[in-house]
Structures are given as structure tokens and as C-alpha cells.
Design a binder for this molecule. Structure first.
Ligand code: ZN
Length: 321
């Protein structure tokens, strides 16, 4: 399997160019290259943004969008976790060109009134909630809830397919762009990113309440589009999309199986499971020992907590191992 392009190039659709896809680094200071949004730009400068990124990055990201000279029309959220969506309200407030914020039906009311989302995030994430920032409300008249399978006509001739992909979160959507044969996976297919020393790390992100059956079904729903490229929120675009999806499907089963075996032996401690998986699975070891704390503390710890919760609740029993 090839590694991902550390600084993804512009992906053009061939000739004539209908849309350009660019990545903007939305990782809050002082870090970089751990979370990103994708900007889709039409030839006459209209733009759509997949994920708003964290609110704490918005002033810098907003400057970058302004310097691109585009008119941002749409903000399209993969899901409402703070690292993906907490800037959405601020974007609508600061850019009057934004006509709509697209969000899953289960996330819509939390975008309109983010107080409960914020409280729940503070409880689960602790200091990381402040690292991403408290969301401002998105005006209700700007919220649009697309259906599963709906096709959004973003710009003339440019269509984006909406795929509900629950599992990582109940309110997760992925998006398929035929130009460039690219799937925007958000967090529905794990992460594929580089540690600070350049090591490529690819592993599942499964915070509680993780739903393993829905997660695997979502991988299959995305594979039906046969994407060549996968655009990860964490972080960047990789090729060999189908090979990756197949590998990741097997990988998530391996991780779940380890957690289930641990719990069946009477285990119930997240720290212990973090170490145990790191010893058994190569990619878990890389995540556990990552130099960057966003990977080792925020992502890997969240994954282990979700797997432990799933194993204890017996959620995995509907999975065919
Ligand atoms: Zn995320």
C-alpha cells in the first residue's frame, strides 16, 4: 500500500475542469497536518467547504479562504464533533456568501443550539474541548438536512453524493465526488495521517458510543462507489481507495476482537487496553507511541474508550467475525 501524499496536490477533474479540490489545514496551533477541511472550487470561483474545522482555527482558516478569492456558498459537515464542525456558526456569521450548512438530521438541532453538544464534549474531551472551541449557533434558516443517497448539485455540472455513514458517530455522512473519483470519508474510515516525524499511521477512530455493525456497513456503502481516492479529515488524500477500505474493514475487526477478548478475561481498564493493543497490533503501537499528542491522546485514547464500551455492552455480537 502506498503512503499518502503529505501535501495533497490539487485534484483536477480532467478536461474541462469542473471543480478543483484543495485541502486547508485546520489543525489548531501549535500543531499542523492533523485535521483538515476540503474546499471544492468551481471555475468561476464558487466554493463549498467539507467540514468547517475547529472554531479555534477559524480566524486563520478564514484568512486563507479570503486570500483564495473564492465565494464560499456551502459548508458541508461530515459530522458534528468539535474538531469537524465547531467553526460552522462562526463561518456563517463572518461570510455572508454562505447560503447553507449541510448536516445530518441527528446533528441539525445541535448545530442550531450547540449548548448540549458543548457540555457533552467538555465531559468527554476535557481540555480538548477548549482546544477545538465552543461552537456558535448556526442560524436555523441556513441549516439544510440532506437525505441518504441524495445528490447535491453544488455548481453547474458538479454533483456530490450524500452517503449516511453511521458508526464513528450516529450523525456521520460521507460524500462522493465523481470528478476525481474521490470519497470524503470524514472519520468513517479511520485516520490516515503522519506523525510529527513523518511516520504514516492508519487506524480506526471509534469514540463512544461506537457502533461496530453500522461502522462496517458504512465501509461497504462507501465501497459501492468504488472510490480511487479517499480524502480523510485526519489528514489528506490517499490513493488505492478500494484496497484501503478492504484492509480497514479487516483491521477494525482485529481491533474489536482484541477488545472483546480483553473484556471476556475480566478486563475493564482503558489504560491497560491501550498498552495491550499497542503490543499486539503494529498500527496501534504507532498510535500509542505517536509523538504528536493529538494522535496519542485525543485519537487513540478515544478509540480505545469506544472499543471498551462496545465490548462491555456486547454491541459486537451482531458482527460476523
Ligand atoms: Zn475527527
Amino acid at each position: 500500500m502506498k503512503g499518502l501524499d503529505p501535501k495533497p496536490a490539487t485534484l483536477s477533474s480532467g478536461d474541462p475542469v469542473l471543480v478543483e479540490v484543495k485541502i486547508i489545514d485546520t489543525t489548531p496551533d501549535p500543531f499542523s497536518g492533523k485535521m483538515g477541511s476540503y474546499i471544492l472550487v468551481s471555475p468561476d470561483g464558487e466554493a463549498a467547504m467539507i467540514d468547517s474545522g475547529p472554531k479555534t482555527s477559524w480566524s486563520r482558516v478564514g484568512e486563507e479562504i479570503r486570500s483564495m478569492g473564492v465565494r464560499l456558498k456551502y459548508v458541508i459537515l461530515t459530522h458534528i464533533h468539535l474538531d469537524h464542525a465547531s467553526a460552522a456558526g462562526s463561518i456563517v456569521r463572518s461570510l455572508e456568501t454562505v447560503e447553507a450548512v449541510f448536516v445530518h438530521p441527528r446533528g441539525a438541532r445541535h448545530m442550531a443550539d450547540p449548548e448540549r453538544l458543548w457540555q457533552a464534549s467538555k465531559q468527554f474531551l476535557g481540555d480538548y474541548a477548549d482546544f477545538f472551541g465552543k461552537p456558535e449557533p448556526v442560524p436555523e434558516n441556513k441549516i439544510v438536512v440532506p437525505g441518504d443517497g441524495e445528490v447535491l448539485e453544488l455548481f453547474e455540472g458538479v454533483r456530490l453524493h450524500v452517503i449516511y455513514t453511521p458508526g464513528h458517530a450516529s450523525h456521520h455522512m460521507s460524500f462522493y465526488l465523481p470528478e476525481g473519483n474521490i470519497m470524503f470519508t470524514g472519520d468513517s474510515a479511520g485516520v490516515s495521517l503522519q506523525d510529527d516525524d513523518g511516520t504514516l499511521i492508519e487506524f480506526p477512530t471509534t469514540p463512544p458510543p461506537f457502533k461496530p455493525v453500522e461502522y462496517v456497513n458504512s465501509l461497504e456503502a462507501m465501497a459501492r462507489f468504488r472510490p480511487e481516492r479517499l480524502a480523510f479529515a485526519h489528514y489528506g488524500v490517499r490513493g488505492e481507495g478500494m484496497e484501503y477500505l478492504r484492509w480497514h474493514r479487516e483491521d477494525i475487526i482485529r481491533w474489536i476482537r482484541e477488545a472483546v477478548e480483553y473484556v471476556s478475561r475480566g478486563g475493564g481498564d482503558a489504560e491497560e487496553l491501550m498498552r495491550l493493543l499497542a503490543d499486539k497490533l503494529e498500527n496501534a503501537g504507532k498510535a500509542y507511541r505517536a509523538k504528536n499528542p493529538i494522535i496519542s491522546e485525543f485519537m487513540y485514547r478515544g478509540t480505545i474508550l469506544g472499543l471498551l464500551d462496545t465490548a462491555i455492552r456486547g454491541e459486537w455480537k451482531r458482527l460476523h467475525f
